[in-house]
Design a protein around this ligand. Sequence first.
Ligand SMILES: Nc1ncnc2c1ncn2[C@@H]1O[C@H](COP(=O)(O)OP(=O)(O)O)[C@@H](O)[C@H]1O
Ligand SMILES: [Mg+2]
Length: 505
Amino acid sequence: MTIGVVIGESKPTEVTAQSSRPLSVGEYVIIDSQDGRLLGLVERSAVSSEALANVRNFDEAVESKEVAEINSRDKNYKVKIGILGFLDKLKKGHVTIPAVPPLPGTSILEATQEDLGMIFAPSGTEWTRVGSLLRNSEIESRINVNKIVSRHLAILAMTGMGKSNLVSLIAKHVASLNGTLVIFDYHNDYELLDVSKMNYMLAKINPRLLPADKLAEVIELRENADKQQRVLRESLTESVRQAKEFWASLEENVSSFGRMTKGYADSASRVLDKIDDAKHRFSDILDPDCGDPVDLIKEGRVNVLNIAELSERQANAGLAYYLQEILQHRKEAVWEKKGKSQRQGHKFLAPVFTIIEEAHVFIPKGEHTDTKYWASKVAREGRKFGMGLGVVSQRPRNIDPNVLSQMGSLAIMKIVQDDDQQQIASAAESLSKDLLSQLSSLNIGDAVLIGQWVNLPSIVHIDEVKTKRSGSDLDAVSEWIQADRFKGIAKESTQGFVQKDLLLD
Ligand SMILES: Nc1ncnc2c1ncn2[C@@H]1O[C@H](COP(=O)(O)OP(=O)(O)O)[C@@H](O)[C@H]1O
Ligand SMILES: [Mg+2]
């Protein structure tokens, strides 16, 4: 059906059209050009009325309104349409922009389900549904899972806009494919995730396996406490690592180093305090008898590693360890397949996808962290070894730009801060100015999908994962009402108690 006609000046990348009805920004249309059918995206849409254009006062406005209503030619619907490429090429995943601009007079047609379905919802096992197009809601939106495992993913948005919901959706799909997913869960958002193949656990750190400087971080020695650092370094000997009682043996070495080395008694006693403190405060996490923490990760499962109990420095050391080990296992698995590996019996024989929540904390801009070192390595080498990285953050401006620019696919939800938008724009070349300007007006669950996991940049509404209960905004008012009611009950019972006491007196 013809819904408009190209007017004015055309370019190979955009046309202006007069339409028969107001078109929505973000709506897809077909431009029936002389060289073939083109897919277009409505980028700007304006309506004006001849009669109501130069109104000077209220009475005139009322009269003009009546004139406008009876005159079918009064309204002017003008749209700017960006050209995305030839339709038949796009259906095959290729973007080809015409060399010659569409001629004025070219018809604009409504895009059919068939036209759009092949582009936004291709078939094949690697494509999975994440939602539907925001403006053409009858069209499914699917993403290519292979591309996120091989070329990485960033999910960026303000808090509460649906990042974790999208992660949950991806997790469900990975589970249905028997894939291995590792989510580093910093806010305990995924404990209630409803997938059959879930392996939920507290992240562990085995102090035996850490180099001395990492152990110093984990037990929270100050970085500039050089003497304490030295005490720990000298005390963490191979025999301590092998000892049956790791902590006792380490403490013994620290004490004797303090006694034997002139000027180190105070430092040693401080290190002992720190060890004692860490042993008690972090007994769930710092576990010398847990074996290799990587063995807790199960293949073919959605592994949720709760790192909520860890301090930032501990989480950092933990994450770096996991990333390093998984990458190493994957390398060896690939080498083994090629008959080049020395070691046998390693884990992770199939690709692994890892997701880091609060990525700006662990992969910060302008600052070294171990996690950042290993995440960059995974971003660079992951493709060769089948290890994907997903970074999730509400503060894109604070993520290391190098890592961000290596993320081959992006889901961006509502973001209003200008410097966040700029950072994303410089990391993702396919994010046009028009899409960028949409970001602040998106609603919860709406996302701009760009990069290799989609055939074309698109604005979609992500499906809600209904079963997930955590992560949603806390309902303070009803909790207060509840608490108040309990207070009443508590008061009554204590009053009863007091009175009984008085009676007894
Ligand atoms: N696609 C969606 N459709 C509808 N509601 C959503 C969607 N995504 C998220 N929500 C709602 O918003 C809340 C916060 O989402 P969440 O994914 O936890 O946000 P974030 O991780 O960005 O802070 C969810 O509990 C849910 O109620
Ligand atoms: Mg979240």
